[in-house]
Design a protein around this ligand. Structure first.
Ligand SMILES: *Cc1c(COP(=O)(O)O)cnc(C)c1O
Length: 387
């Protein structure tokens, strides 16, 4: 018997199958395509490319692999600089280290929580003055919200530095009507188990540069030279997606719009029920953008509410509710100790203050309304506003 305290667990972002996945998986089994590559992979690549409106896409084993391939394609090498959003998951920046390159972290700005054009401009100016511009800028769209792409693209064009758009969290989002992930030289999506759609594990690299994606395919399949014997003149990777997993992806993509709607609805309900409490601020949505609201994120001021984020997370955890702090900025991580960091302004580090007061609430599209009300009630109670 479950006691009150042991109610069913509410997850942060559980996978949500459409019901059609087995159809594509069965097809793979019936035709014995139990291999990396195959018809589901080809179709999934085309379907994603069509959906976001780019020329080419290559399906890979993870979002991290896609970022790594993008850096390889941009010839990022030992000692090169790469700029990266600081307020993100470590996977955005690990591939910089794989290449032996040096990350420089760029702060967020308050309107999108994403890369501050102001900080980016300062970093580019400094790098240019040093005679060593970055080989790439990795821009992250946190929790589904697009960064200020107009400003960022314009700055990067000015200095002729290519953009890798880490859209791992923002598939289905738009910026001025254009799909998230299509603003840079390369875009990256993730289909990890907790993302808005999932293949259990997987990723996609997209670009309008057809040749570059062709090369990505080559690199991702061990860089086999076109020869009947096994010949290799370049170092490659084993990064392709399996035909089984691509089948899951095809069925998931069919319901992406519904998943976006469901997550936005969850966000709206949290916002409606909680935003009148003093000291609570939900993650904004920039004008002319549409976030997929992958995770509902908010800040809670300890000064105003008298309760810390840690205590709130503990209270939720006691009710068997999985909530999380926001990402810890990468420039604060022991792994990147000593890395260069550009804050939004001289006396304002936006990512650090968001980290001090931010949290993410359960946001899975599979979550029922009663479950969400349980989360809301628990939050209200811990904020001493008993309903
Ligand atoms: C999930 C995620 C990734 C990595 O994707 P994987 O498929 O898990 O390798 C990269 N960047 C961000 C911002 C992510 O949230």
């Amino acid at each position: 018997m479950l006691t009150d305290k042991q109610q069913e667990r509410i997850f942060l972002s559980a996978p949500h199958m459409s019901g059609n996945e087995m159809k594509y998986i069965s097809e793979a089994f019936e035709t014995n395509w139990i291999a990396p590559l195959g018809p589901n992979v080809d179709a999934f690549e085309k379907e994603i490319a069509n959906y976001v409106g780019v020329s080419e896409a290559v399906a890979v084993s993870s979002g991290t692999a896609a970022i790594h391939l993008a850096l390889s394609l941009l010839d990022v090498e030992m000692g090169d600089k790469v700029f990266c959003s600081t307020f993100t998951f470590v996977a955005s920046a690990n591939p910089i280290l794989y290449q032996g390159a040096v990350p420089v972290f760029i702060d967020s700005e308050p309107e999108t929580w994403n890369m501050s054009p102001q900080a980016l401009e300062k970093a580019l100016k400094d790098a240019s003055a040093d005679g060593k511009l970055p080989k790439a800028v990795i821009v992250v769209n946190l929790y589904g919200q697009s960064a200020k792409m107009d400003e960022i693209v314009s700055l990067c064009n000015q200095y002729d530095v290519p953009i890798i758009e880490d859209a791992a969290e923002s598939l289905g989002s738009t910026y001025k009507g254009k799909a998230s992930g299509t603003f840079g030289k390369f875009g990256v999506f993730s289909f990890n188990g907790n993302k808005i759609i999932t293949t259990s594990s997987g990723g996609m690299l997209v670009s309008n540069d057809v040749e570059a994606i062709k090369k990505a395919r080559f690199l991702a399949t061990q860089a086999k030279d076109p020869a009947p014997h096994y010949q290799h003149s370049t170092m490659g990777f084993n990064y392709r997606m399996s035909n089984i997993l691509a089948g899951i992806g095809r069925a998931q993509l069919e319901v992406l719009e519904q998943r976006v709607q469901a997550r936005r609805q969850l966000f709206n309900r949290y916002n409606q029920e909680l935003s009148s409490i003093p000291g609570i601020h939900f993650m904004p949505e920039l004008k002319h953008t549409k976030s997929n609201r992958w995770l509902t994120a908010l800040t809670i001021s300890e000064e105003v509410t008298g309760i810390s984020v840690r205590s709130i997370l503990n209270a939720l955890s006691e009710e068997n509710i999985e909530a999380r702090p926001v990402w810890k900025p990468l420039h604060m991580q022991p792994l990147f100790k000593g890395a260069n960091y550009y804050s939004h302004s001289e006396n304002m580090s936006v990512s650090e203050s968001l980290f001090n007061s931010g949290l993410c609430l359960p946001s899975g599209s599979i979550m029922k309304k009663e479950d969400q009300m349980r989360v809301i009630k628990c939050l209200e109670e811990s904020l001493k506003l008993k309903v």
